[in-house]
Design a protein around this ligand. Structure first.
Ligand SMILES: [Zn+2]
Length: 284
């Protein structure tokens, strides 16, 4: 299984470079359409649901005081998120907070809609709020109204649920990562959402930032569940298939601390190779 997952990561990193290549337009058209991107929403833990698309993820965290949504997707894919939330029997009006992992259109693009239609409070780092004042990098999106800024080390409590925020700069300067608890039939597991892992940025400084972020996460003890904001970087659909066939006594397919550690190792290797390229480019 490890090899299959490793291939998944390579495919994901490759897809990012393809995404930025000159023929990205064709790929982009397919990526942007709800019909081709639709995924039936599903429950992964007692309190965590997948409500995203095929290529970019959104997650719904249920608390005793309302809902928390991670990422809004964009355009038609935001409709898909809203439909998915309703399909699971939840009311989007109950979304108290929308956590935006970083200010690229695929994660932030629908944020304004959640503010306007459902009164959700949008949370993001100061650095990425500032990005919303600048022209969008890949694709334009309706700019959200500035709500709450989240700093490294801060926490959010909603009912009995606590989120702990970690700023992991690199992919953008303000990538927001979140640590929280998921429950498997009442049994708690430590989950983590790394808010931006693609290497589609440039510069020695940014690459060093990224490497420092990955190294810092390597020092976090006890993380058991990877909750990725692109399904390919956490093998979400493959794991869900395994989860559906789970028998009594089987482990939960998403609880995989070894794979989390191995994934960080792979991210570090890729980033260190990029650093060498960036350093060479800087002296030429
Ligand atoms: Zn991004």
């Amino acid at each position: 299984m490890q090899n299959k997952f490793k291939n998944g990561l390579i495919a994901f990193l490759l897809s990012w470079s393809l995404f930025n290549s000159c023929w990205a337009q064709d790929v982009g058209d397919t990526l942007d359409q709800a019909e081709t991107q639709r995924v039936a929403p599903f429950q992964v833990f007692d309190n965590l649901y997948y409500v995203g698309a095929k290529w970019v993820s959104a997650w719904l965290l249920e608390t005793d005081q309302g809902l928390i949504l991670f990422d809004s997707l964009y355009g038609e894919l935001t409709d898909l998120v809203i439909d998915s939330i309703r399909e699971l029997g939840f009311d989007p009006d109950d979304i108290r907070y929308l956590i935006v992992t970083h200010a690229h259109y695929d994660h932030i693009g629908g944020a304004r809609r959640f503010q306007d239609e459902f009164g959700s409070v949008v949370m993001m780092t100061e650095e990425d709020w500032n990005m919303t004042n600048e022209p969008a990098i890949y694709q334009d999106y309706p700019k959200p109204i500035r709500h709450l800024s989240v700093a490294d080390g801060s926490t959010l409590n909603l009912g009995r649920t606590r989120l702990r925020f970690v700023q992991t700069p690199g992919h953008t300067v303000g990538v927001l990562s979140t640590q929280f608890t998921v429950y498997d039939n009442g049994y708690p597991h430590d989950a983590f959402m790394f808010g931006g892992v693609g290497l589609n940025f440039s510069g020695v400084d940014r690459t060093e930032m990224y490497i420092n972020s990955v190294k810092r996460l390597m020092g976090f003890q006890g993380i058991e569940v990877n909750v990725p904001n692109h399904e390919g970087s956490g093998e979400v659909f493959e794991r869900y298939e395994i989860l559906q066939d789970r028998q009594d006594g089987d482990p939960h397919a998403f609880v995989d601390p070894e794979r989390w550690t191995a994934w960080l190792d792979q991210l570090l290797i890729a980033a260190e190779a990029k650093l060498i390229d960036e350093q060479e480019a800087a002296v030429n």
